[in-house]
Design a protein around this ligand. Sequence first.
Ligand code: ATR
Length: 265
Amino acid sequence: MMKKYLVIGNPISHSLSPKLHNYWLKQNNIDATYDKIKLEEDGIKEIIEDIKKQKIVGCNVTVPFKKKVIPFLDRLSFQAEKTQSVNTILFEKGNLIGHNTDIVGFDKAIKALNFNMKDKKILILGAGGVVPSIIYALKEMHVLEITISNRTKQKAEDLKILFKNLNVVEWGNFSEFDVVINATSLGLNNEKINLNFSNIGKNKLFYDVIYNPAETSFLKKAKELGNKTENGGAMFIYQASEAFKLWHGIEPNIDNETIKILTDE
Ligand code: ATR
């Protein structure tokens, strides 16, 4: 039987994971398929059962389930444990194991930019699924300080349970920063981001985790103000590449064709 892989999330229509993984599966002559499924929370259990039975070989997890899948798993990798966030599930010697490849994804994306995060002042917008992974990666890069601003302030405060030394500010209340990261879902459906970034200064790095659409209103605004910008495309490709390695033991090719998969939409 053809091996089956999945990404689960809600919403899921924007995910390009199937396109990317299917491209790599074909390139490596692996007889398998990779699909996306939109789930409600009560659907997690059934998917997990299917992985245990190996009807599904492996699974990627996206928002809003990165934390919610954890109670169903037998073991977590060190980084998944530290961030309480799982984006890749594999089945190994009878155990369901949760991994976090978003951390490596973000790390490699920043390194590919040749941007030195050391001693930088960072502002993160949002406190959702991917934020613990970004904080973890930033701390490893020895940034100077991390500030979180989220519409629902309490969710930003809650991140202090996982990480020491976070600053939390009111939504939209910004001073000067070296790097601003949009980790909200604002822009996924081309919504405008109604925030004033003019206090942040010029020549900063504005990074958006969103990769589809390629240019959100956050990045557009940042550019207009004279900043360097980057979308989440590389992070997305690197997290997928790391998941591919975990499942198939092969490091997939990242070339112009791979990057075209994200821009072809
Ligand atoms: P989840 O919150 O379920 O983990 P997510 O997509 O990872 O899902 O997170 C969505 C993020 O985008 C949250 O930080 C959310 O803010 P809230 O915590 O206040 O919900 C943020 N977000 C989504 N829509 C937004 C909007 N219209 N304005 C501001 N922030 C928004």
